[in-house]
Design a protein around this ligand. Structure first.
Ligand code: FDA
Length: 289
């Protein structure tokens, strides 16, 4: 067995905690359990960077089924989608068309489609699509990444639209010309973005498991006298359940991001790299080679 395989074998048992399972039914069960404990959900059909528009079309249909199932079962859930899964890199107009139909469907069933933010090669096109759709419907949300230097500028541009915007640190490795690489800078920018979002008339999803950022956000919520209709905390499935319970006990609205599907590899690898226990594990094992 090669070095990489050995490491993979050791970390793979950690994967299931980050995803609800492979099927729609798995995701709906996870959402039901979260709702039962007073937590909202947003569900992601795993997949990104499709190779042809047929695959993009299938992904769109999967999202329609998902949103239908929320309504049929009375679940408190939204959906999160990656535009490269809907063909962003293949055909901008086709992607916009699919996304428009999804937002119309979400609107008919009174839920929200949040457009996840991918790497910086997608930022402009993603924000263009968000802005176009937001002008016609409030049932679409955007994501801004505190890691990117441009995000404050992007938020100022979006604020007049009274957006539903999720602020996260950003998972993608980006060059230093366009991104902060110091964790304190990323955290500072995160809090400044939350601060500015709260000064507008939109809705902000405060998406982090960083206790310092959570405490900093508490202070901002107080300063802005923010009401539960203006914000929520958001966390990923399988990450810091202890912190999730504390935020709930402190009386704040909370949503958990629930990924499901057969294409779990890329998503799970990103989560494993962020897990401090795993990062140490992988390094220790590579040094043994
Ligand atoms: P940080 O990485 O500093 O983590 C804080 C602490 O949380 C760590 O010290 C550790 O204890 C714990 N932790 C974090 N990740 C863990 C893991 N995987 N396993 C175990 N413990 C872990 N990104 C993006 O680029 N585009 C997007 O659209 C989204 N969408 C999104 C939605 C939601 C609801 C969340 C919560 C996050 C995202 N992200 C994202 C991911 C985000 O950008 C970021 O990579 C992660 O949230 C980790 O950053 P933290 O703010 O949690 O801080």
């Amino acid at each position: 067995m090669g070095a990489l395989d050995r490491v993979l074998v050791q970390v793979l048992p950690y994967v299931p905690r980050y995803i609800a399972g492979e099927t729609l039914e798995d995701a709906l069960r996870a959402v039901g359990a979260l709702n039962g404990s007073g937590v909202r959900a947003t569900v992601d059909v795993l997949g990104e960077f499709v190779h042809d528009l047929g695959e993009a079309e299938l992904a769109g249909q999967e999202y329609v089924r998902l949103v239908d199932a929320f309504a049929e079962r009375g679940l408190d859930s939204q959906a999160s989608v990656k535009l490269t899964q809907l063909g962003l890199k293949l055909d901008f107009d086709a992607c916009l068309g699919t996304m428009r139909r999804l937002v119309e469907h979400a609107q008919a069933l009174d839920t929200l489609m949040t457009i996840d933010m991918e790497d910086s090669s997608c930022t402009d096109a993603t924000l263009d699509i968000f802005e176009t759709l937001r002008r016609r419907s409030s049932h679409v949300g955007a994501v801004l990444q505190a890691r990117l230097r441009r995000s404050m500028h992007d938020l100022r541009r979006l604020l007049p639209l009274e957006p539903n915007v999720r602020i996260c640190k950003g998972i993608y490795l980006e060059p230093p010309e366009i991104a902060f690489d110091d964790r304190d800078d990323v955290r500072r920018n995160f809090l400044e973005l939350v601060d500015l979002s709260l000064s507008g008339n939109g809705f902000v999803g405060i998406a982090t498991h960083d206790e310092v950022a959570v405490r900093g956000s508490y202070a901002l919520l107080e300063r802005h006298d923010a009401q539960p209709s203006q914000y929520e905390f958001q966390m990923l499935l399988g990450v810091r359940d202890d912190l999730r319970r504390r935020i709930q006990l402190d009386g704040h609205p909370l949503r958990v991001y629930v990924p499901f599907g057969r294409q779990w590899y890329a998503y799970s690898m990103r989560r494993l790299k962020e897990n401090p226990a795993i990062a140490g594990h992988v390094l220790r094992n590579l040094m043994r080679v």
